[in-house]
Ligand binder design. Structure first.
Ligand code: 4AD
Ligand code: MG
Length: 462
């Protein structure tokens, strides 16, 4: 179809030319002589104004040109007399692809609540807000691949279905073809997964890290970027049951190299959004969060505070703050603690390292003190934890000992342990929650509003 995208028309449309644009009608207003239609085609947040001289268009032609209709319009591009746009289109002909009945089309007016829009997730991309969020989401995904490619990382596709339950990151979803009402049973009355599709109990992965480690120990630097699944019943504005995670894994990196990479990477992504999504960010800044762009710039310009978990606990204890969850050495930090450190105490992102080993995963490198591991969490304003990672335990004996202590079967993990048996080297990595990044960059308040079709407890309709 011979059309010009509205983004191109607004940027370099030449007045005096005849063009065809296609899109969806956002609004129609005017009087009996003239009609103004705002047309959007998703290529950019701004609409193209189309002017209809009603002496040339009869009522029958104009009737289906209503909010939501999908149309093609040919006309003459002219400099605009009105405020707010440089050019507008004087319509010469209009073709209706699909009508949108004004009595039933749900997006008639502006200003629907985000809650309502969640209930029409199939249509909400047609709003300014979700158009902006989805374009920013795309730009961040692109920037992730660009960054890693330019830094010599290889994109590795790790499996989504897995038989290993060893990450310990949370409850997993089972993948099965067995008849739920009538499964085959073993002699002692348990479900017999030997009869299932994979011949063993299988689940959706919570992380691609363990497989990424195998890749890093061959290719040097790899990253994953794919969907991950957690079946925790956490109904918070920062948790999804299905979310996307970016997990770089690097051989010959210690925890300091790991922190340096995490900081450089996330700043690069935010800078990329500032440079490439300015119109969408300006809209979100105006509509939702007047400090958004300011906050993004502050993060890019700051150097992240790095400190030990133990020091953070001292700061929290002597803060004089009453937290909902009390703080003591050994406790897992809640987002109220993380946000206090970032927003109140330091006023910039914080990287915490050397967490108690008892609250962290088996694969983290143990420190000599016998109490802590070389973990790192990157904490962000408004979000709390945005990245979790660590240097990995490369010592076979220590790894095996930790597996035993945590009751993880070595049999199940033989392939992982093998990498410490053959040519083990120091290595590190981390996981960035993609939706938490998009949440931060867009300034939205709820993670359900930064993924097209959120998966949360009791919600997977579309
Ligand atoms: O801290 P997590 O659980 O770390 C891992 O899974 C490691 N395997 C990562 C690694 O070292 N390669 O998760 C990493 C990040 C968190 O910091 C958070 O941003 C995000 O993933 N995340 C979630 N995002 C949305 N919904 C959830 N339920 C999330 N759980 C974790
Ligand atoms: Mg974590």
């Amino acid at each position: 179809m011979n059309r010009i995208k509205i983004s191109d028309v607004l940027k370099h449309g030449v007045p005096g030319t005849t063009i065809t644009v296609m899109g969806w009608v956002r609004t129609k207003r005017g009087n009996k002589n003239i009609a103004f239609v705002a047309l959007n085609d998703g290529s950019v947040i701004n609409n193209l104004q189309i002017v209809f001289d009603l002496s040339r268009f009869d009522e029958e032609t104009m009737r289906p040109v209503t909010t939501g209709a999908g149309v093609s319009i040919t006309g003459n591009l002219v400099e605009s007399m009105g405020k707010g746009q440089k050019v507008e289109l004087l319509a010469e002909s209009v073709k209706i692809f699909g009508e949108a009945d004004p009595d039933t089309y749900p997006l008639q007016k502006k200003g629907h609540s985000l809650e309502f829009l969640r209930s029409i997730a199939h249509l909400r991309p047609r709003t300014n807000t979700f158009g902006a969020v989805l374009r920013i989401r795309h730009n961040l995904a692109y920037a992730i691949h660009k960054y890693f490619h330019e830094h010599g990382f290889y994109y590795m596709h790790t499996p989504i279905i897995t038989a290993s339950d060893a990450e310990g990151a949370g409850q997993m979803f089972r993948v099965s073809v067995l008849d739920a009402a009538n499964p085959p049973l073993t002699s002692d009355g348990k479900v017999n997964f030997a009869d299932d599709f994979f011949g063993r109990e299988s689940r959706l992965t919570v992380s691609g890290q363990l497989e990424a480690e195998l890749g890093a120990l061959a290719l040097g630097q790899v990253y994953t970027f794919g969907p991950t699944f957690r079946a925790e019943n956490s109904n918070t504005p920062r948790h999804l049951a299905e979310f996307w995670m970016i997990e770089p894994e690097m051989a010959f990196y210690d925890i300091v190299d790991n922190m340096d990479l995490a900081e450089d990477f996330i700043k690069y992504l935010i800078r990329f959004a500032i440079d490439n999504c300015s119109e969408d960010l300006a809209f979100l800044n105006e509509m939702y969060d007047k400090e958004l762009v300011e906050r993004l710039k502050l993060v890019v310009d700051s150097s992240f505070e790095r400190l030990d978990y133990s020091v953070a606990i001292d700061i929290l204890k002597s803060s004089g703050r009453k937290f909902e969850f009390p703080v003591d050495w050994g406790c897992d930090l809640q987002s109220e603690h993380e946000r206090y450190l970032v927003e109140q105490h330091f006023g910039k992102p914080v990287i915490l390292i050397n967490y108690p080993r008892d609250i962290k995963a088996f694969y983290m490198k143990q420190n000599d003190d016998g109490k802590t591991v070389r973990a790192m969490d990157v904490l962000f304003p408004r979000i709390g934890e945005i990245i979790g990672g660590s240097q990995r335990e490369e010592d076979l004996t220590k790894l095996n000992q930790r597996l035993k202590e945590m009751n993880i079967s070595e049999e199940e993990m033989w392939w992982y342990v093998d990498t410490r048996r053959f040519g083990s080297v120091p290595h590190s990595g981390f996981g960035l929650g993609f939706e938490r990044l998009v949440l931060f960059v867009t300034g939205m308040a709820n993670i359900r509003d930064v993924i097209p079709f959120p998966r949360t407890p009791q919600n997977a309709e579309f």
